[in-house]
Design a binder for this molecule. Structure first.
Ligand SMILES: NC(=O)C1=CN([C@@H]2O[C@H](COP(=O)(O)OP(=O)(O)OC[C@H]3O[C@@H](n4cnc5c(N)ncnc54)[C@H](OP(=O)(O)O)[C@@H]3O)[C@@H](O)[C@H]2O)C=CC1
Ligand SMILES: O=C(O)[C@H](O)COP(=O)(O)O
Length: 523
């Protein structure tokens, strides 16, 4: 089934996709549309409605009223509807994946994975939600000095209200449901503003919730350019919480939004620290996976390699050999490297490459670009005075900085404004843990590339970094009546075999020996 046909026919009006409010698909009164450009053809692929401020006002009112009733809907019923939406989404993975291919040039197989993973996440939120939200806390007064047992305190989790969800282009389905599903199970309503590139995938996903039979007005989706309706949405008095994922736009939003909870997942410059004793074949494979999957357009992509000088030549050779194997071309062919999302993004990446060239970086491949398609590029001998050492290219260009000590690597990682993830490669697990502790990032992967998934793992930025707090979707679950613990203290050091997670001071350790790990990874 093609997008906008079959069960999805009602979301399309002529060649323009409608927006969703009050349980219905509608045309915007502005009469204006927004074009979605296919990154591969650079031609208009789809059109969506440009919603007006009046429409946003209406949607906020609807979302507010619907939320009041939804909060009274039994938890098990909320979970039932979410499970239904998850099944419908997975059933219709093909047309939604096609939208991802056409709107954001996601390789065909990865596009299907994104939809399936999103369905699983919705179900997971439904399952966990009934447990987490089913529990409360009980306190007695004489546990505090000077008190007799004359009072009992019961706390329970209540919804925040209307959640404004704004995901980025690179996972328009998955990063939308990672906001929508926790919000709904916890009794909140949703106003989704999808990214322009990715809006049509988002509208198809929303239709799956519609088909599941959620109450009218509970879930709404307004389309339009962020630069045009963004401020009106984020400063709207009807919004009780903003869940945003994207770039520096989030910093602006956090300054404008006022006294409401914010969930901010912003950019990353994930460092990969490579020690002398690392298994260089394993490192090279992970650098390729971490740095170049979806053409580097992941917040968790490896964005700078910090390798000990003594093994740098050997590592660069191995990575070069693997880069040569990457296929470059259209997403429909499931190429490894596909066009980046827009011309302005390609121009930005090119600016970083030219700056590095001017300042003397070694080009391991020839720089090549056709339209938005940029061939994978490894830049060796990058120095801290080059922009690429610090900025996030969000494209298939990876800098290598040679270091003479572990401290130098940690220093570079910590000097970055970003604090999302990082990774360290060494056979010495003690060193790995010590380095992980010293890296000011939310998560460190040991002997593995950075990644957000599996989707139920904690995901947050290190709070010492100059960014708004970023944390996983737990914010959308609870608002304790006494405003405790809005930001859960979660830190994780994760990889497939060594896993150390902490939650409110409780630490769990699972380990297997490195040889076993190595054996598993080599298949
Ligand atoms: N930490 C994390 O979990 C993740 C972070 N990211 C980061 O996202 C960035 C790439 O995504 P990208 O989409 O380009 O990010 P942007 O910040 O450009 O856009 C993100 C979203 O914000 C919207 N937006 C734009 N302007 C405004 C505004 N003034 N008010 C409200 N919303 C607005 C966009 O809409 P429109 O498209 O219409 O402009 C889009 O939906 C990278 O920096 C990446 O690292 C990506 C994924 C995960
Ligand atoms: O946008 C991103 O980069 C995602 O949050 C990363 O998800 P992944 O690491 O599972 O690809």
């Amino acid at each position: 089934m093609a997008p906008g046909t079959g069960v999805f026919a009602e979301i399309l009006d002529g060649d323009v996709y409608k927006y969703y409010a009050d349980g219905e698909w509608k045309k915007a009164s502005s009469g204006k549309t927004v074009a979605i450009i296919n990154p591969t053809t650079r031609k208009t692929q789809y059109k969506v409605q440009a919603c007006s401020q009046e429409e946003v006002n209406k949607v906020m009112d609807l979302a507010k009223s619907a939320q009041k009733l939804w909060a009274k809907t039994p938890l098990w019923k909320r979970a039932e509807l979410l499970h239904k939406a998850a099944a419908i989404l997975k059933e219709h993975k093909a047309p939604i994946a096609e939208c991802l291919v056409k709107e954001i040039a996601k390789p065909a197989k990865d596009a299907v994975t994104e939809v399936v993973r999103s369905g699983d996440l919705i179900s997971y939120c439904a399952e966990e939600g009934v447990r987490i939200l089913g529990e409360g806390k009980f306190l007695v007064s004489d546990s505090f000095p000077g008190n007799e047992r004359t009072k009992y305190c019961l706390t329970s989790k209540i919804p925040l209200g209307v959640i404004l969800a704004i995901p980025p282009f690179n996972y328009p389905v998955n990063l939308a449901v990672s906001k929508i599903a926790p919000a709904l199970i916890a009794g909140n309503s949703i106003v989704l503003k999808p990214p322009t590139q990715g809006a049509v995938s988002g509208l198809h996903m929303i239709h799956c919730f519609h088909l599941a039979g959620f109450p009218k007005g509970l879930i709404n989706c307004v389309t339009g350019k962020g630069s045009e309706i963004g401020d009106f949405l984020t400063m709207h008095p009807g919004v009780n919480c903003i869940s945003f994922t994207g770039g520096d736009t989030g910093i602006g939003i956090s300054k404008k939004a006022g006294m409401i909870p914010l969930q901010m997942e912003l950019g990353g410059k994930d460092a990969c620290i490579v020690l002398e004793d690392a298994d260089l074949d394993l490192v090279a494979i992970n650098i390729i996976k971490g740095g170049f999957s979806y053409s580097g357009q992941r917040c968790t992509a490896v964005k700078v390699v910090l390798v000990m000088e003594s093994v740098a030549d050997a590592l660069v050779e191995k990575v070069k050999a693997n880069v040569a194997k990457l296929t470059v071309g259209p997403p429909e062919d499931d190429s490894d490297i596909t066009p980046v999302v827009s011309e302005s993004s390609a121009n930005y990446i090119e600016g970083l490459v030219l700056d590095a060239k001017e300042k003397g970086a070694t080009f391991c491949q020839e720089y090549k670009r056709e339209g938005n398609l940029i061939w994978p590029l490894l830049l060796d001998h990058v120095r801290p005075d080059m922009r690429i050492a610090w900025e996030e290219p969000f494209g298939p260009v990876l800098p290598v900085i040679r270091i003479n000590s572990v401290e130098e690597g940690i220093h570079h990682c910590n000097a970055s404004n970003f604090g999302l993830q990082g990774c360290v490669f060494t056979k010495d697990v003690n060193k790995a843990i010590m380095i992980s502790d010293a890296m000011e990032t939310g998560t460190v992967q040991i002997n593995s590339a950075p990644a957000r998934g599996p989707d139920h793992f904690p995901f947050q930025v290190n709070p010492v970094k100059n960014q708004p707090n970023s944390h996983n979707s737990q914010l959308l679950f609870p608002k304790l009546r006494n405003y405790e613990t809005v930001y859960p203290n979660v830190r994780a050091i994760i990889n497939k075999k060594y896993c150390l997670t902490g939650y409110k001071g409780q630490w769990h350790w699972i380990s297997r020996d490195y040889q076993q790990h190595k054996h598993d990874d080599q298949g």
